[in-house]
Design a protein around this ligand. Sequence first.
Ligand code: NAG
Ligand code: NAG
Length: 227
Amino acid sequence: MFVKFSVLLLAGALVASPATYGAIVQKRAFPFVDPSIGGGSMLIDTLNGAGEPLNVIISGLSSPAVLNEDGIVNYARAIGFSEECLGIHLGNPFPANLGDGHGPVNQTIELRQDYGNSEVGTCLESLIGGNHFRVYFQNGPSADTGAAFLAVSKEKPVTDNHDIVDDGYNIGRNDLVSAALGTTSFDGVTYVTTAQNITGLMAAGAEGVNHGIAVDGIVTLLTVNIQ
Ligand SMILES: *[C@@H]1O[C@H](CO)[C@@H](O)[C@H](O)[C@H]1NC(C)=O
Ligand SMILES: *[C@@H]1O[C@H](CO)[C@@H](O)[C@H](O)[C@H]1NC(C)=O
């Protein structure tokens, strides 16, 4: 509330000096919109009749600089992920429908745990398994919240064809959130992240979930502020 109020004040003040207006990127008005309202789903489509859960949302009320491809990659590096191994894409793109009027859209990017080295660590992840996530932005005309929806899961090694470990959706989410909470930084950008669990967006259980691995139905909403 305080943040929104001060943004409004700032916007009001800037009306007096329009020359500087373009330099300010305002925060959005909503954390996210439930995709089901617009005919979407909290499961991405794994193109085999099932789906994987969008179990983390980065709120649209986060700093705007986090909520685009470059911003999310830098944030991901701050919390122990990086772009896929040497640009070699090891999995198929999977679409998600966030109910924002864009219909099904492939992931913007896929990031993998980097094991402490953002250059070669993701290659290690591909070999030995680990946490990974796909990113989708809710930015269509009917729900332009800017929120980033993440499908997070913990995988087995590449020799097992990137299957998910037992309870890998809940574990992947909890590991990512643990790494993200509090103060983190990468490349001179410092982030402060808070979390809130949401129930009721996604059903608990294994129905329609890829690999038949049950989810607990919890979606964690992260709010990320750049210091
Ligand atoms: C996703 O990407 C694949 C491979 O490039 C493409 O064939 C497919 O049409 C794309 N799906 C969507 C929904 O854009
Ligand atoms: C969210 O739920 C998970 C799983 O029950 C739990 O481990 C985590 O501490 C919860 N986080 C918050 C912020 O409540």
